[in-house]
Design a protein around this ligand. Structure first.
Ligand SMILES: *[C@@H]1O[C@H](CO)[C@@H](O)[C@H](O)[C@H]1NC(C)=O
Ligand SMILES: *[C@@H]1O[C@H](CO)[C@@H](O)[C@H](O)[C@H]1NC(C)=O
Ligand SMILES: *[C@@H]1O[C@H](CO)[C@@H](O)[C@H](O)[C@H]1NC(C)=O
Ligand SMILES: *[C@@H]1O[C@H](CO)[C@@H](O)[C@H](O)[C@H]1NC(C)=O
Ligand SMILES: *[C@@H]1O[C@H](CO)[C@@H](O)[C@H](O)[C@H]1NC(C)=O
Length: 439
């Protein structure tokens, strides 16, 4: 603490700070934070001024959810067994779960989720866009340098309902057998989505939108973005809550459709926890939007360090609630997600540094769908089949011709002469050896 104040006073002298930055070791640089050295740990104005506004889909029953309420309706489980003898969990002690097992902990619903208990539905914003009596948003400011700050806006929903047959694109929807009528697949308890806005000197330069396994990034002046009072609009997709810059239908993973519309406007920054994250030490510090809130009973940073998942682990096939889409192997229920700490908070670009891995099925579907319009759809498939058969025939003839030509030249001679000779020599040696041994 004393050291912190010492360096804060140095901050005032610009030259000294610049000198420090050049020669600093990481531990020195991490104390030279312009956000934390400001009085009262206030959130910089530009963060709320340019904060995203989220359009929730008009028909989406699954609204943003309060973090603590979610924790209260779940119980930690490891390998599907509830963990005994735990204290009551909250945002200020959740990281104690890091110490109870080397295996992944899952905050598992206390209710059978197929009955859709009320808490899964979250809360709707009021006319002003505020979700009262709930905090479904976490804002984390990653201070890369005194000039460069990445503001992550995390949105939490207690439930993600995946697509059903009506959200599968042509012609894959005809291949999927809708054995359980209208069943949704890829559903999970707990859903973390985010936007990231990159600031330089307090001015926004770009924004990232999370969408399923990936996302999209835009420069701030990109015409695709729409703004309201200078704030970027975000369209939260029906059921999945993937974030898009535009309204309407969006295809993801080559095969599934997300629906977006301007249903209900949510201003996440009005009900959020704010934090500063030091990229070097990963130390999280609570920030405040007004001076009246700066002394609190707890800083609520523990939940950030919990690396387990925020919902049930994928039910095994033996579980009555689990169902599988024939042929494609898609599961009705999959595991809940990990929290903000795994979302590549320290990034080079707007996009996460590493793409998430895709499965063979996703890869295959991607290839199929990229060829579909040109070469598979309707009559085109016969042209493609003819071309492929022609190609195979030509290849076979070509190879046979090549092999014959090769045999007629040196290839065959070698086989005829040299190898059998060596073989015979070997045979004689071996025979001699055996004779000696048997003597
Ligand atoms: C998980 O539990 C099952 C049965 O309850 C058991 O067979 C299996 O060995 C356990 N796995 C681990 C990794 O503990
Ligand atoms: C986990 O255990 C380590 C070592 O015993 C301890 O230092 C740490 O404080 C514990 N973390 C929590 C959140 O209880
Ligand atoms: C698919 O889900 C939607 C709700 O998302 C529902 O209205 C529709 O009936 C379902 N489709 C079928 C075929 O049941
Ligand atoms: C901050 O304090 C104001 C009143 O002083 C209160 O209305 C508001 O709910 C507080 N916000 C948080 C996040 O605690
Ligand atoms: C919250 O964090 C601040 C520093 O970031 C610290 O001074 C304060 O004591 C903490 N409050 C509690 C209740 O832990």
């Amino acid at each position: 603490m004393a050291r912190k104040r010492f360096f804060s006073s140095l901050d005032a002298a610009l030259l000294a700070t610049q000198f420090l930055c050049v020669v600093a070791k990481p531990w020195i640089r991490s104390t030279a934070s312009s956000i934390l050295s400001a009085p009262n740990h206030l959130v910089p104005d530009y963060v709320t001024k340019y904060a995203p506004l989220v359009w929730l889909h008009s028909d989406d029953p699954f609204r943003p959810s309060d973090l603590l309420e979610h924790i209260r309706h779940t119980t930690p489980a490891v390998n599907y067994s509830l963990v005994p003898d735990l204290p009551e969990l909250n945002l200020d002690n959740l990281a104690l779960l890091e110490n109870i097992s080397s295996e992944r902990v899952a905050l598992t619903s206390n209710d059978d989720v197929t009955t859709l208990p009320a808490w899964l539905y979250g809360h709707s914003p009021d006319e002003a866009g505020r979700i009262a009596n709930a905090t479904p948003c976490v804002v984390i400011l990653v201070e890369q340098s005194a000039r460069d700050v990445d503001a992550f806006f995390f949105y939490f929903y207690s439930y993600d309902r995946g697509a059903n047959i009506t959200q599968v694109v042509e012609p894959l929807n005809r291949l999927i057998e809708d054995t359980e009528h209208g069943m949704h697949f890829g559903d999970h308890v707990g859903d973390w989505e985010h936007n990231m806005i990159r600031f330089r000197d307090g001015k926004p330069t770009g924004i990232y939108y999370s969408q399923h396994a990936g996302g999209a990034a835009y420069e701030w002046n990109d015409n695709t973005l729409s703004m309201k009072s200078g704030r970027p609009l975000v369209f939260s997709a029906y059921g999945s809550h993937a974030n898009y810059a535009t309204s309407g239908d969006h295809i993801h993973d080559s095969a599934l459709i997300d629906y977006c519309d301007a249903g209900k406007l949510w201003d996440p920054a009005l009900s959020a926890y704010f934090y500063h994250l030091d990229p070097a030490s990963f130390k999280l510090t609570r920030l405040f939007t007004s001076i009246s809130n700066t002394t609190v009973a707890s800083n609520m940073t523990s939940f950030f360090y919990y690396t387990g998942i925020w919902g049930d682990a994928q039910y095994p096939d033996s579980d009555d609630r689990q169902k599988t889409v024939p042929k494609f192997g898609l599961k009705r229920f999959v595991s809940g997600p990990q929290g903000p700490i795994v979302k590549n908070l320290v990034r080079k670009g707007l996009m996460p540094d590493e793409r998430e891995k895709i499965t063979w099925m996703q890869w295959g579907v991607g290839i199929f769908m990229s060829w579909y319009p040109c070469c598979i759809r309707g009559y085109r498939v016969w042209v493609s089949v003819a071309v492929i058969i022609g190609f195979i025939i030509l290849t076979v003839f070509g190879v046979r011709h090549g092999v014959k030509k090769y045999r007629r030249t040196k290839g065959y001679q070698k086989v005829d002469t040299e190898i059998p000779l060596r073989d015979m020599n070997h045979g004689e040696d071996d025979a001699g050896l055996h004779r000696n041994q048997s003597d």
